[in-house]
Design a protein around this ligand. Structure first.
Ligand code: PSU
Ligand code: MN
Length: 306
């Protein structure tokens, strides 16, 4: 096992599991602080941790609290992340800042991946990945999540990429960065609320064990960087693209009009889509994160057994 980086504070349970080589699943916190409204966000975070435990792995939610990168949080800490308005959205570039200032930070996919890797965790569960924003050929707004996937050895389970992003260009950038994009049990690459995005998945695997073996092969070969493990939303919870696409387009147009850019854009769009869908998008979001937690736990268990 890797010795956790000394600047991180690990929960005892997480530290012990890693020392024993038992399965651990990392979870991000931007989804809690900036991805869902309170109190559903905190309730979901707890339920997701429970699902990971039921799946035989130890959950490790990652965030920065009082300037300290933390791996594994208790109930009160999850509540603080979900309710305190001063929790900053922290991607890779923001980590030094919140640490120096002793602030609270909710970590994105990129910064959660990095902190997970520094702790020695190989599997991470989230909802949706950041990617290439629509219009990025002018704005150059490409999430640091993609760069991090090219660098850091963590498998990231998500429900794919929201169609508020440019999915085709996101897949192209991932290819350039050498990141395997694997859809589990599907030939289509999923688009978060919908089981398909209209794009074929670059790769397909069908079982947690196959995914674990692909991760192991990658890193044993010294191929640095992560893996996108795309898990389509369950059929019963899906919102068809025809239905959600209109609302997404409306939210994107509004953001454009309001001049919202940079780190604020994803949280704005997520919140607006919840309003425009009358809560349907939030229900789908919660269902897909739980579905990802089930798969992520199974992959972590399979990986630990290799
Ligand atoms: N996509 C979602 N839900 C989310 C996010 C993205 O469907 O909560 C969050 C994740 O934390 C992701 C971040 O890493 O937004 C990407 O933000 P940006 O595009 O600013 O890098
Ligand atoms: Mn951005």
């Amino acid at each position: 096992m890797t010795t956790p980086h000394p600047m991180l504070k690990l929960a005892d349970e997480v530290r012990q599991a890693l020392a024993d080589g038992r399965p651990v699943v990392a979870l991000e916190s931007t989804i809690i602080s900036h991805g869902m409204p309170y109190p559903k966000n905190v309730q979901t975070a707890r339920e997701v941790e429970d699902i990971i435990r039921e799946g035989g792995a130890v959950p490790a939610t990652i965030a920065v609290l009082h300037g300290i990168p933390r791996v594994g949080l208790d109930d009160d800490e999850l509540d603080l992340l979900g309710s305190d308005e001063h929790v900053r959205k922290v991607s890779i570039r923001d980590l030094p800042y919140v640490i120096a200032r002793g602030e609270h930070g909710a970590t994105t996919v990129a910064s959660t991946m990095r902190l997970a890797a520094l702790a020695g965790i190989r599997v991470f569960v989230t909802g949706g990945l950041g990617g290439v924003h629509r219009g990025a050929e002018v704005s150059m707004d490409i999430s640091a999540d993609l760069m991090e996937l090219g660098l850091t050895d963590v498998g990231v389970v998500s429900a794919g990429v929201k169609s508020l992003l440019d999915i085709g260009r996101t897949l192209e950038v991932l290819e350039t960065l050498g990141v395997p994009v694997v859809s589990v049990g599907s030939d289509d690459f999923p688009s978060f609320y919908s089981r398909s995005s209209g794009f074929d998945s670059p790769l397909r695997l069908d079982t947690p064990d196959e995914v674990a073996r692909a991760m192991k092969a990658k890193w044993e070969l010294g191929l640095a960087g992560g893996m996108v493990i795309a898990n389509p939303i369950p059929q019963a919870d899906e919102i068809p693209e025809e239905q959600i696409g209109v609302l997404i387009a409306k939210a994107v147009a509004e953001a454009d009009q309001l001049g919202i850019t940079g780190a604020a854009i994803t949280p704005y769009l997520l919140g607006r889509i919840v309003e425009l869908s009358g809560g349907d998008s939030l229900r789908a979001n919660i269902a897909l994160v739980k579905n990802n937690a089930r798969l992520g736990a199974a992959i972590a268990v399979a990986y630990a057994a290799l």
